[in-house]
Design a protein around this ligand. Structure first.
Ligand code: WTA
Length: 652
């Protein structure tokens, strides 16, 4: 656990005083807790009542079948997710309600009512069918943040073809690994996307990847850049590649939704684990939709006229559950933005909030800390009076950032929901509920109604600070790791019998408020993105110069954690700054720019135990400039001292 958060206690005390002060208004009223009472009386019927709000083609006969660690929810139930996110609202007379409002980085914009979105999704669904994509076929989506990303997900759901979205910042190699693991038959991509004034050459990346992906027979290409430029002209392969606009131009705007079983695969999303190979997290249909619908409604206290903006990318689980499925199942008006918060200037997000009168804003602590660093003036230029609720997700939020968010963005008027959950959990698990409970800086609050969490030690005993565990199955839980039940069992269910191990450390205070402390495994959380240390290490040793590599997370004021690498070179390689740059770029090329190490130290030796295990704890201490712990178990304690001196000289 991150010892940088040891001073959390002091900060919490400070923030309690703040809460008690006159300045903190509208937040501390404890309201009607009947939703918690109802769920604790009977968790299964609680979830069932949420499922009943959805449109089912056939009702389930059993709420839950739990054969640890395998869960099935709403057995026998039949439904279609896209029908629930679209048709249901048309039937309820909300056809003209705005469904998706999109703004491009360049300031171009598009909007879709639920009627429009339904038609677009149907057209793409029919196009996929005309290309031969059938129920059960896997489709990979590799798109920028454009409406077509949401349309593609919903179109796949409509025809029962599980999708897997690959973040547009990932490399061709990452795309290859995911496509091949899934044996995907179709790829939906774009000629490119805009990012900070530059162009991300998605189709060029996709073409590089597709050389190694024999299963992909069809590629659909969105013309985002419009006129293909010479540099990024999409080379269309005849027979395989099709322009999106040409396909949908010929397609019917009606498509009968495929009737899916509650436990049919909805999507696979890859996330980093403690080995070099990302895990394909499997999510199914009925339980997933039930929990994302319930949490979106309750956590954001969603009202009919809200304009809801979640700043995540659809390439991450947050984009799946809280841009597309949860909000759209609730018939919300969803804002989607293509670009970065600091382009063309650092007021961009607030300009958008003002322009579209955003009422709910959901983002990550890294972004909040960056806004804080950029200064209040950027915010104060804009009218943010439409905001009424703020959210945070993806990493622990430090109380200073929470307070700043509350004061400067929320004008001390908007409650903040700090939501803890994971790709694996599918939906929010720990949070406060703004209409029900109080919210506190530095604390995610309590488990969502119907969710059972505990803090345990290695022996499975309850503790007030320890490992975060989920003790009962929940509707949107992952069902397995794609094609790897064994890894599913050993990663999440082998620590305690029938109890889910989340990989996070947490503590609970006397009022039952949980504070998440961070990962306890070899997974980094850098700028809210999960990166496995082993993944970065594998990418480093893939370079011909590298003999051995060890990667650790080091504290970073904005990103939470930065990536620090220690590398030993093979003989005959010259250690110099040029090589360091080359190695950093090599990792970015192998995985994607988000995994580029922030620092690399080239060293003759790595500190190892006598049995040959690299002592990561010591490397972390070195990277963070802390006093070193016990080094007596090391095979050669002098390595550490040398490394520390070397590191300090690099940093200065
Ligand atoms: C971390 C993102 C503290 C945690 C939805 C978890 C958080 C990992 C919070 C999952 C939070 C997420 N407070 N830490 N509110 N939310 N995390 O799969 O370490 O990308 O295990 O899902 O992010 O990351 P993932």
């Amino acid at each position: 656990m991150d010892s940088n958060r040891n001073d959390l206690d002091a900060l919490l005390k400070e923030t309690r005083q703040f809460e008690a002060s006159e300045k903190f208004k509208g937040n501390a009223i404890v309201r009607d807790r009947s939703i918690y009472d109802e769920a604790s009386k009977n968790r299964l019927t609680f979830w069932e009542s949420w499922a009943e709000n959805l449109k089912w083609r056939e009702k389930w006969h059993t709420i839950l079948e739990w054969k640890p660690p395998y869960a099935k929810w709403f057995l026998g139930g039949k439904l279609n997710v896209s029908e629930n996110c679209l048709d249901r609202h048309l039937e309820a007379g909300r056809s003209d309600k705005m469904a998706l409002i999109w703004e491009g980085e360049n300031g171009d914009s598009r909007s879709y009512t639920y009627r429009d979105l339904h038609a677009e999704v149907c057209k793409l669904a029919n196009s996929l069918k005309s290309l031969g994509v059938k129920k059960g076929d896997r489709v990979v989506i590799y798109l920028p943040m454009i409406p077509e990303a949401a349309i593609a997900m919903l179109a796949c759901a409509r025809i029962g073809a599980p999708h897997s979205v690959v973040f547009g910042g990932f490399s061709p190699q990452s795309l290859v690994d995911r496509i091949n693991d899934l044996k995907a038959v179709c790829l939906i991509t774009a000629d490119g996307g805009y990012r900070r004034g530059g162009v991300v050459p998605l189709k060029t990346n996709a073409d590089k990847a597709l050389d190694s992906c024999p299963t992909v027979k069809k590629v659909i290409v969105v013309a985002r850049l419009g006129q293909p430029t010479e540099e990024f002209s999409a080379d269309m392969e005849i027979g395989r590649d099709h322009w999106y606009h040409e396909l949908i131009g010929e397609a019917e705007p009606h498509c009968t939704p495929e009737i899916m079983d509650a436990e049919d695969l909805l999507f696979v999303l890859y996330t980093s684990g403690t080995t070099g190979k990302p895990k394909g997290i499997v999510h199914t249909t009925g339980g997933y939709l039930t929990q994302v619908t319930a949490t979106t409604k309750c956590v954001f206290d969603l009202q009919e006229d809200d304009v809801y903006w979640c700043t995540a990318d659809v390439g991450w689980i947050t984009g799946h559950s809280y841009i597309v499925y949860g909000p759209m199942s609730n018939g919300a008006s969803v804002l989607m933005y293509e670009g970065a918060p600091d382009w063309p200037d650092k007021g961009r997000f607030w300009e958008i909030c003002q322009k579209y009168k955003v009422s709910i804003f959901y983002t990550a602590p890294t972004a909040i800390r960056a806004f804080m660093k950029w200064g209040d003036d950027w915010v104060q230029k804009y009218d943010l009076s439409s905001l009424r609720l703020l959210g945070t997700v993806g990493e622990p939020i430090n109380p200073e950032a929470w307070i700043w968010y509350h004061r400067v963005i929320g004008k001390e008027r908007c409650p903040i929901v700090d939501t803890w959950w994971q790709t694996e959990t599918g939906a929010i698990m720990i949070t406060s509920l703004p209409a029900v409970t109080e919210t506190r800086p530095g604390s995610a609050g309590e488990a969502f109604p119907g969710i059972c969490t505990a803090l345990l030690n290695d022996e499975g005993e309850a503790v007030s600070a320890g490992l975060l565990a989920i003790t009962e199955p929940w509707p949107s839980m992952l069902r397995t790791i794609y094609g790897d039940d064994e890894r599913y069992e050993s990663t999440y269910w082998s620590k305690w019998e029938g109890i889910y191990f989340a990989g996070d450390g947490a503590k609970i205070d006397e009022d039952g408020f949980l504070s998440i402390l961070g990962r306890v495994d070899d997974v980094l959380n850098t700028a809210g993105h999960r990166i496995g240390t082993m993944e970065v290490e594998s990418a480093l040793v893939d370079h011909p110069a590298v003999a051995e590599a060890a990667v650790v997370g080091k504290f970073d004021e904005v990103k939470g954690q930065a990536i620090a690498a220690f590398v030993t070179l093979k003989e005959n390689w010259q250690a110099d700054d040029g090589l360091v740059m080359e190695l950093r770029d090599h990792v970015a090329k192998k995985i994607g720019a988000i995994a580029r190490p922030d620092s690399i130290v080239l060293t003759a030796d790595l500190p190892k135990t006598r049995s040959g295990k690299i002592m990561r704890r010591l490397l972390k201490d070195i990277a963070e400039g802390k006093a070193l712990g016990d080094t007596t178990t090391l095979a050669d304690p002098s390595v550490v001292q040398g490394l520390k001196e070397q590191y300090l000289s690099k940093e200065s």
